[in-house]
Every structure is written in C-alpha cells, then in structure tokens.
Unconditional design. Structure first.
Length: 154
C-alpha cells in the first residue's frame, strides 16, 4: 500500500492550477509566421521568430456608466412592476365584472320565471298596498324581463 504525505498530495492536486496562475496570465500573447507564411497567435512562442505583442485590455467601466446602467435597470424593473400591477388590477376588475354579470343574469332569469308563472303581477302602491298589473302592464313587464335576460345572459 502506498503512503503519500500531505505535501505530495498538495503538489498533485494543485499542479493543474499552475497554468491558470497570475504569472501564466501575465505571460502575454505571441505572434509568429510559419514556413508557409501563415500568421499564428498563441500564449507560447511557436518558433524563434515569435514576438510578444501587447493586447489591450478592456477599459474598466467607469462608475458613471455603471451607475447609468443601474439606473436604467431600476427604471426598467419599476416599469415592469407597474405593468404587472396594472395587469393584475385589470384582471381583478374583469373577474368582478364577470361575477356581477353572472349574478344579474341569474336575477333576471329568476324574475322572468316568476312573471311567466305568476297568475298576477303586483306593483307596490302608497300605504303598503299592492296594485295588480293590467294585461298590458303584465306583457310590458314580461317583455322587459326577457330583454334583461338577453342583456345579462346573452
């Protein structure tokens, strides 16, 4: 059975990380031309004619541009939140309107059934008395009830 010390294990596990170290990143980029005249670029020189070239790094983002981007992002997020809130409110209103329409439909259907089944239709009069509808008034009230059913249920 093999026994390794901690130092050997560290070397074994950390050795793949060496190429990614800061020193390796600072090595630079090389440019060379091969025998066929092709230009090559690499992180290591390909032949003795290779020359190290300076690669411009991207400029650090200024605090102003970063703050502008953050402000735009915040404005976009706020707009999206407002749109979502409006959409939810519209949905709630549409649902409420649908429920109200359904309730009025049920009431109109119930009233029409009562008018069609009743022998007499009454209307309230002064003093708590009721007056029976004439035949014309009954037909008119029944027609209005049918129109209400069409309006709310149709």
């Amino acid at each position: 059975m093999l026994r390794f010390g901690i130092g050997v294990l560290l070397i074994f596990f950390l050795s793949p990380a060496v190429p990614y170290s800061a020193a390796a990143q600072a090595a630079g980029v090389y440019k060379w031309v091969d025998e066929q005249g092709k230009v090559h670029y690499g992180d290591r020189p390909g032949n003795s004619n290779a020359s190290k070239i300076a690669v411009p790094s991207s400029p650090p983002s200024s605090d102003k541009s970063l703050s502008e981007r953050n402000a735009k992002r915040d404005k976009l997020l706020q707009t999206m939140e407002e749109e979502r809130t409006l959409k939810e409110e519209d949905s709630r209103k549409a649902k409420q309107k649908s429920e109200e329409r359904e309730q009025r439909c049920i009431e109109a259907q119930d009233k029409l059934k009562r008018y069609e089944r009743a022998q007499y239709i009454y209307k309230p009069a002064e003093g708590g008395q009721e007056i029976i509808f004439s035949e014309e008034e009954r037909e008119k009230a029944t027609d209005e009830a049918r129109k209400a059913v069409e309006e709310w249920c149709g």
